[in-house]
Structures are given as structure tokens and as C-alpha cells.
Design a protein around this ligand. Structure first.
Ligand SMILES: [Zn+2]
Length: 281
């Protein structure tokens, strides 16, 4: 085990401890069970992977039999969002979960962890996504820099992934590309609490974070069937990427981006899949 792996193992232990604390404090069983785009399972977390070099994206599929979809999958993410079929209406319907905490949709507790691949955030407010008759709940959100999805071949400096999970374990991810522009105060509490090295975690209380502002309802979005963008690259993920970029200030961008260290997987072939651009009015 080299130093980096040792740090990662320590990070995994911290993450598990964090989750246990989160579960006991949040009081809604199973909602904080840490799935997501990154491998949450300890077995998978033991397989070391990176974003460059011999354990980089071109080699993920060979690092473990569990990672085979990374090289053999036909419906992988991210993709370049281009030549989409435009359709009216949409399946998106945001609904807030039914607990007293969600009346104001304000999160008071925030847990952040640098898991060695990204900075991942969880809050105490259940955020739901009802889609095609299925109910998903937000389990975590995290960051990639530069963006993983591109729009007509162009990267944004940052992409946020809001990872939702159904009771059956299906994943739906909302991707938001972020560019430099206006200061967005909604992100300040998150940016003020960022962990700065692998394995570090932070627990924040007494927040006033408006989750509906953080994860807004998109008016136009790309939709396609894809995968996790990190090993094990599992497919069957419903992807929604907002067509409009959000903005944060150059100062906000400079606070976050250097901590992410180019954690974006290259775009994957669309193949036989359909890419649609949905307008909701
Ligand atoms: Zn992601």
C-alpha cells in the first residue's frame, strides 16, 4: 500500500464514520446510505484508480473485473451533448419530501468529504425527484473540474452532479455545468467549508442553505441513458444535464477548482443511444 492508497484507506474509514454519524442524526433510515457516482462499497473502494497515468480512465476497465463496464459498456457517461433531438414538455417534476425539515427547504446540517476523487456533500434535507412514475431522493452532490459533459464540444470549468437514488437502487443524476460570471451566494456556505486534502471531512451545523436554490428545476435539459462516470462505470443511470449553465464568480471558482485536480472522465461515444433536449414551459 503506497502513501496515497493509505491516505485513501484512511479516507474510507472517515467516510464510513461520517455516514454512521449522518444516519443516526438524520433519523431517516437508508437515505444516507452512500451510493453514488463513486464506488461506495468498501470492496470497490480498495481498488485504486486515478484520472491520469496507468490507473487513469483508459485503464479503468482492466483494474478490476468489477470495472469491466468502463471499457466494455456501450452506454457510458459522460458524453458530448450535441445534435440532440428537441422535444417539448418533460418528465421532470420536483417534489419535496414530507418531513418537517423540508417546510422551508432549508438545510441546517452539511457533511463534506474529500474522498480522493471528488468533494462530496450531503445535507439533512430530503430532496425528491419524481420521474416516469419513479421516486428518487437526492443522496449527495459532488464536483468535477473541468466539466465531464461538453456542450457542442465545449467544456465548462466546473460541473456539479446531484445524485438521486430510488428505493430500488436506480440512479438519476442531474448535471449542472458552471461557468465564471456573477457571484452566486447560495454556494458560499459550501465553499466556506470545503475540505482541502484527501480523506478530510467536515461537519457543519446551524446552516441556512436553501436547497431549492441549490438544485433548481431546469427549464431546458438534455436527457439520455448513461452510466456512472467513475469506476465501476455501472450503466442504467438516468442523466439530465441542464442546458443553461449556472454562474459563480471567478473568486468562487478559484476556491473550488484547484481542489478537484482535473477529475473529469473523457467523453464517451453516444453509440446507438438517443439524446434529447427537453424544453419545459
Ligand atoms: Zn460525478
Amino acid at each position: 500500500m503506497n502513501d496515497e492508497c493509505r491516505k485513501r484507506a484512511a479516507g474510507t474509514v472517515l467516510l464510513i464514520m461520517l455516514l454512521l454519524v449522518g444516519c443516526s442524526q438524520s433519523g431517516h433510515d437508508g437515505k444516507v446510505e452512500q451510493v453514488g457516482e463513486d464506488a461506495r462499497d468498501v470492496h470497490l473502494a480498495e481498488v485504486h484508480w486515478t484520472y491520469s497515468g496507468e490507473e487513469g480512465p483508459d485503464h479503468w476497465g482492466k483494474l478490476s473485473p468489477d470495472f469491466a463496464p468502463c471499457s466494455e459498456g456501450l452506454e457510458q457517461s459522460p458524453i458530448d451533448l450535441t445534435n440532440a433531438t428537441t422535444v417539448d414538455g418533460g418528465a421532470f417534476e420536483r417534489r419535496i419530501g414530507e418531513t418537517a425539515l423540508t417546510i422551508e427547504q432549508r438545510a441546517r446540517v452539511m457533511n463534506l468529504v474529500d474522498n480522493g476523487h471528488t468533494i462530496q456533500v450531503t445535507n439533512d434535507v430530503p430532496m425528491a425527484l419524481d420521474l416516469d412514475g419513479k421516486h428518487y431522493e437526492l443522496v449527495q452532490y459532488h464536483f468535477h473540474a473541468p466539466s465531464e459533459h461538453t456542450i457542442n464540444g465545449e467544456f465548462a470549468p466546473l460541473e456539479v452532479h446531484f445524485v438521486h437514488k430510488s428505493a430500488a437502487g436506480e440512479l438519476a443524476v442531474i448535471g449542472v455545468l458552471v461557468e465564471e460570471g456573477e457571484h452566486d451566494p447560495i454556494w458560499d456556505p459550501v465553499l466556506a467549508a470545503l475540505p482541502t486534502h484527501d480523506g478530510e471531512s467536515r461537519h457543519i451545523e446551524d446552516l441556512e442553505l436553501d436547497m431549492s436554490e441549490l438544485r433548481p428545476l431546469p427549464k431546458r435539459y438534455y436527457r439520455y441513458h448513461g452510466s456512472l462516470t467513475t469506476p465501476p462505470c455501472s450503466e442504467g443511470v438516468e442523466w439530465f444535464v441542464m442546458a443553461e449553465k449556472r454562474q459563480i464568480s471567478p473568486e468562487q471558482m478559484a476556491t473550488l477548482v484547484p481542489l478537484l485536480d482535473n477529475n473529469n472522465r473523457p467523453v464517451q461515444p453516444l453509440g446507438e443511444r438517443e439524446l434529447v433536449l427537453v424544453s419545459v414551459e
